[in-house]
Ligand binder design. Structure first.
Ligand code: NAP
Length: 258
């Protein structure tokens, strides 16, 4: 028995890679491609294309919905999937803590699992874990995240998740000069948990992040680079398998990496 997979956002940059990955894996069957409401494509990957999530899920009955769409649509897509008993694996970023709480509740009401991962790259998860460890000893830290210029949300979901993980070990402290003044608004980035995140957006970039620690006479840089979107596919594959075994919402690939 294979796991039946539908992919929302299948014609996007991530979606195209996910379609290839699902096709190449004998444990999965692609049953539907889903795009922006009203969009029309001819069938080209052996699975029907839909411009409506509910219609796609009702007609093709997948086990898993992979969502690689936009921050505006992902939450609604997830809710639709959960109501129909389909397990979501979501790479789309931009979920608030309140969204995560309400989606977890819906998962448990329906008795199914869901996974939201702001970053599916295994190396990026290691970067976050190493940053959490380093923050114990080097609590002065800033995050610089760099993405392609078509990204809709800033800071990235990965940067927010990294900040949350650093917060788990970082002793409370106020960084920088107490009288520091921002001459140009935003010059020092945004503040999360008492330290700074800087977001860079440029064509040519894919997804990159450096976590920079400072201490007496030394710095430590922990950097991860996704050089293409294939880098996210092993993580998506892992999440599709794992979501079949869990109940409730898991946030972050780190939670399912053993
Ligand atoms: P993209 O190229 O813009 O693709 C998004 C696709 O979603 C487009 O094909 C778009 O259709 C479609 N879409 C828009 N609204 C939709 C809806 N309501 N229902 C179904 N499909 C819809 O973006 P991308 O670079 O592939 O990224 C997709 C998402 O993944 C973004 O949120 C990005 O931040 C995230 N991402 C996550 C990871 C990770 O590891 N978690 C890594 C990279 C990117 P149209 O073409 O018609 O607009």
């Amino acid at each position: 028995m294979t796991i039946k997979v539908a992919i929302a956002g299948s014609k996007g940059k991530m979606g195209v890679e996910a379609v290839k990955m699902v096709h190449a894996d004998e444990a999965f069957t692609l049953v539907a491609e889903i795009g922006r409401p009203g969009s029309v494509y001819t069938e080209e990957n052996g699975a029907p294309y839909f411009g409506d999530v509910a219609e796609a899920l009702e007609k093709t009955k997948p086990d898993v919905l992979v969502d690689l769409t936009t921050p505006q649509s992902a939450k609604e897509n997830m809710e639709t999937a959960l109501r129909l008993g389909v397990r979501p694996v979501v790479g789309t970023t931009g979920f608030s803590a309140a969204d995560i709480e309400s989606l977890d509740k819906l998962c448990r009401e329906k008795g199914v699992g869901a996974i939201i991962a702001p970053n599916f790259a295994i190396g990026a998860i290691l970067m976050m874990k190493f940053a959490r460890e380093a923050a114990k000893y080097m609590p002065h830290v800033e995050i610089i995240e760099m993405h392609h210029d078509q990204k809709l949300d800033a800071p990235s979901g990965t940067a927010i998740k990294t900040a949350e993980m650093i917060q788990e070990t970082r002793p409370e402290l106020k960084q920088g000069h107490p009288e520091e003044e921002e001459v140009i608004d935003g010059a020092r980035g945004g503040v999360v948990n008492g330290f700074r995140i800087h977001s860079v957006r440029l064509p040519g970039l894919v997804a990159h992040q450096e976590v920079l620690f400072g201490h007496t006479g030394q710095t430590l840089s922990i950097r991860h680079d996704s050089i293409n979107r294939e880098s996210f596919m092993p993580g998506i594959r892992l999440a599709i398998n794992k979501v079949m075994e869990i109940e409730g919402l898991v946030y972050g690939l780190d939670q399912i990496m053993e």
